[in-house]
Design a protein around this ligand. Structure first.
Ligand code: ATP
Length: 348
């Protein structure tokens, strides 16, 4: 078990910066999620921690050891990727055993370790099968067992659930979290799925264009986004972002009027989450564009001017489309951002 430090890591490909000056302290036993859109640099960051790529600049420390320049084989990390990469001709037992053989673990100790790892991912009854005779979720669990069989200092997981269907993803998610808590191995997990990040992470690192946008616990990132990128990335649906003008304590945009801090003036962006909007208030006048019941609540889309606003309405809310509707915003849950997208924190 170990902490991981990235000190001013840069990865450049010619003139292109895949990762820009990244500094990050990952605590021992922490479950850290790197979250961001395709191409933001999360896989590159993880591959540098693994030793599969070398940073152009900067230093990586695992535990007490500077590992920059150390080969992947000589770093005590175990990786799980989306493709499972199980050996098709080996039984699940042999697949899980593989890293023990590689590491020269004495034969007499191997069997107990393999069975314990298989038990943890509930594959104890499948050890004789070949990967081809398992479901996608079982194969993914076998890959996990192979990663956990020798307790490494660090787990690195790159979108390990992306090949699974939605139901299986949700059940594997909770299994991975449970397993990580049980084993207490420092884990870095890469995903572009904000729900995975929110549910799994002790802390989330949100990246865009090779740079860290915000680091925080899921609660901090949700409640206190640093900029419009983070605000618009987290939440299902994410925060509504509405460009408008602030003047003398009022924010106004087409069809929208809401009190704002007196100190705000000029062009600002209002942020309001769909769950903090309610049908029947007087902050927004618009037209019903769509109504989507999900059972436990109803997604309501309202158009005002050229903008569509998402509202989470009550489970029994129903309406025709193209009829007028009024929406209220929870005044305690308004966010404001400047023209560069940076958060403006309640200037009174
Ligand atoms: P995804 O979710 O699509 O895997 P990512 O956030 O993991 O995206 P990376 O794979 O880390 O993104 O890539 C970061 C950036 O670096 C991308 O713009 C990518 O095109 C670029 N990149 C990665 N590897 C190379 C390479 N070998 N040569 C040039 N550019 C590269």
């Amino acid at each position: 078990m170990a902490s991981i430090k990235l000190n001013n890591i840069v990865k450049s490909y010619g003139a292109f910066l895949g990762v820009r000056e990244m500094t990050l302290d990952i605590k021992d036993e922490e479950f850290l999620v790197l979250l961001g859109p395709s191409g933001c640099g999360k896989t590159t960051t993880m591959r540098m921690i693994a030793g599969l790529e070398q940073p152009t600049e900067g230093e990586i420390i695992i535990g007490d050891e500077v590992v920059t320049g150390v080969d992947a084989r000589d770093r005590d990390v175990a990786m799980v990727f989306q493709g499972y990469a199980l050996y098709p001709n080996m039984s699940i037992y042999e697949n899980i055993r593989f890293p023990l053989r590689m590491r020269g673990v004495p034969k007499a100790e191997q069997d107990a370790l393999i069975r314990r790892a298989a038990q943890m991912v509930e594959l104890g009854d499948y050890l004789d099968r070949k990967p081809g005779a398992l479901s996608g979720g079982q194969r993914q669990r076998a890959a996990l067992a192979r990663a956990v069989v020798r307790q490494p200092q660090v787990f690195l997981m790159d979108e390990p659930l992306s090949n699974l269907d939605a139901k299986l993803r949700a059940s594997m998610r909770v299994q991975i979290k449970h397993l990580q808590r049980q084993l207490r191995v420092t884990t870095v997990y890469v995903t572009h799925d904000q729900i995975e990040a929110m549910t799994l992470a002790d802390r989330i690192v949100i990246m865009d264009k090779g740079a860290i946008q915000q680091i925080g616990t899921p609660d901090q990132i949700y409640a206190d986004p640093a900029n419009t990128f983070v605000a618009g990335f987290i939440g299902q649906p994410p925060m509504n972002l509405i460009a408008g003008i602030a003047n003398s304590g009022t924010f106004a945009a087409q069809g929208i009027n809401v009190a704002c801090p007196l100190g705000l003036s000029g062009k600002v962006t209002l942020g309001i989450r769909p769950e903090d909007c309610s049908v029947g208030g007087d902050n927004m006048q618009g037209m019903v564009y769509g109504v989507e019941p999900t059972g436990d609540m109803t997604y309501l889309t309202v158009t005002t001017g050229a903008k569509q606003i998402e509202v989470k309405a009550a489970r029994d809310f129903r309406s025709d489309i193209d009829v007028p509707i009024s929406i209220g915003f929870d005044p305690a849950r308004l966010y404001f951002f400047d023209e560069q997208g940076q958060r403006l924190r309640g200037k009174a």
